[in-house]
Design a protein around this ligand. Structure first.
Ligand SMILES: Cc1cc2nc3c(=O)[nH]c(=O)nc-3n(C[C@H](O)[C@H](O)[C@H](O)COP(=O)(O)OP(=O)(O)OC[C@H]3O[C@@H](n4cnc5c(N)ncnc54)[C@H](O)[C@@H]3O)c2cc1C
Length: 408
């Protein structure tokens, strides 16, 4: 197993004004944890398409990482998007899904109207005892979430949910599932998303609640999470579990209602995906750096061949550029800037780059890259997902261009 690259030894503030000594220490802690704890688990569980163990989640919870962005008065670390992404990049360097699971804390599923209950849920979320699954997508609604067809019908103080959800990651192991459902059809003149509301479906970890069944979708990567298609046939949710927004209490404008908070949540998810993609690309880069020195052909380490040296240089420059970009966008979000275009841009740039870099890494590993004996195939499979989930590259381009050009 290659050694983890040392965190840059130069003073953090020299690298960027926002890269403080505290952040460098957090990064070093996450890097060591990823290497020593996550990587061996990924190596043994990924080939079996297994889910990450609860013991791993508990270890991360003990470090406070499920509450990085939860304010200290609710039991979190009270840090920002920057630290959340910093830790996630390191975890994703070892296994993408472990970088992702942190997003299932951070106050997800706590947006209830009752402030006391909300406080209690935030505390549980920060401790890693309130880990959720997100069920927005459906067989016929992916990029176009306004097309969600799952119905929520009110019966007294209860909502009855019926429909099919697709791609709900971690749905069986989770403490709750956040389900997006339609409570009414839009009125003429309203946006198509009018009437869509999130509901908190409570459940026991390891099973589905009454009225819900799940089928595992057989994916080609992103193991560590089982991903489900869910059938909801009369799932009953009390009115008190209808949520006020899609995302959790994630810092600066935690109390911003409705659209602003949803929008902020989406922007955070995009920069978080960029940081995870950088982690995967970095993994491919670091393994390739080692391989070019180990493998010999024509009587030389293949790293002596200029074409391969230059390819490695391009990969390194790409990764450094994407990391600097997510650092900047996370900094903007922590400063309370909407950074909507930049969040879409960094998601687009970093994920496309991760696909390119992992592909090149496989090429530079030759035949050995195309086996399950090396980790590069895992990076390649995982990177491929990053341009698809959390909004495809095309959807990011749409967001960016819509802010640049008027629509007819
Ligand atoms: C492994 C995995 C895990 C996931 N986890 C979750 C989860 O936990 N919870 C959840 O709710 N969802 C999850 N998703 C769903 C994911 O967010 C969607 O797959 C994604 O948003 C794309 O939707 P789609 O698959 O329906 O593709 P489609 O929307 O059908 O898109 C197909 C193609 O058309 C393009 N396209 C669509 N509309 C436009 C347009 N207007 N302009 C240009 N191009 C367009 C797309 O970019 C894409 O290339 C997950 C998906 C995967 C694969």
């Amino acid at each position: 197993m290659s050694k983890p690259e040392r965190v840059d030894p130069r003073p953090p503030e020299l690298l960027a004004p926002w890269h403080t000594a505290e952040r460098a220490a957090l990064q070093a802690e996450a890097r060591a944890f990823a290497h020593e704890v996550v990587m061996p688990l990924a190596d043994s569980l990924d080939p079996q398409k297994s889910e990450m163990p609860r013991s791993l989640i508990d270890q991360m919870a003990a470090k406070g990482w499920f509450g990085i962005t939860i304010p200290a008065e609710h039991g979190g670390l009270g840090l920002g998007v920057f630290e959340y992404c910093l830790v996630s990049e390191e975890l994703a360097r070892a296994w993408l899904s472990v970088g992702s699971i942190l997003a299932r804390g951070q106050g997800l599923g706590t947006q209830t109207l009752d402030p006391e209950r909300r406080h209690g849920l935030l505390q549980k979320s920060a401790r890693g005892r309130w880990i959720g699954s997100i069920a927005l997508s459906e067989p016929t609604a992916g990029s176009d979430l306004a097309g969600v067809q799952t119905r929520a019908v009110r019966e007294g103080d209860t909502w009855v949910l019926t429909g099919t959800k697709r791609w709900a990651g971690f749905a069986k192991a989770a403490d709750f599932i956040e389900v997006l459902a339609r409570t009414r059809d839009p009125e003429p003149g309203e946006p198509r998303s009018a009437g869509l509301e999130p509901f908190l479906v409570l459940k026991e970890p390891g099973s589905f609640p009454p009225g819900m069944t799940g089928r595992v979708i057989d994916k080609i990567g992103y193991h560590g999470f089982l991903t489900f298609e869910l059938d909801l046939d009369g799932v009953r949710v009390p009115e008190s579990d209808r949520l006020t927004g899609l995302y959790g209490d994630q810092g600066a404008d935690a109390d911003a209602g409705g659209f602003a908070s949803v929008q902020r949540g989406l922007n955070i998810a995009r920069v978080h995906t960029a940081a995870r993609a950088v982690g995967v690309a970095r993994a491919a880069l670091e393994d390739t750096q080692v391989y070019l020195q180990e493998r010999e052909q024509f009587g030389h380490p293949i790293g002596d061949f200029q074409a391969l040296r230059f390819a490695l240089a391009d990969m390194a420059a790409d990764v450094a550029q994407a990391r600097a970009f997510w650092n900047q966008v996370a900094h903007l979000l922590d400063a309370g800037e909407p950074a909507e275009s930049e969040s879409a841009m960094v998601k687009l740039v970093a994920t496309e780059l991760a696909v390119r870099v992992t592909n090149q890494a496989m090429q530079l590993h030759g035949g050995n890259g195309y086996t399950t004996e090396r980790r590069v195939e895992r990076y390649w499979r995982d990177a491929r997902l990053t341009t698809i989930f959390e909004g495809t590259s095309e959807i990011q381009r749409r967001i960016i261009s819509d802010r640049m050009l008027p629509r007819a």
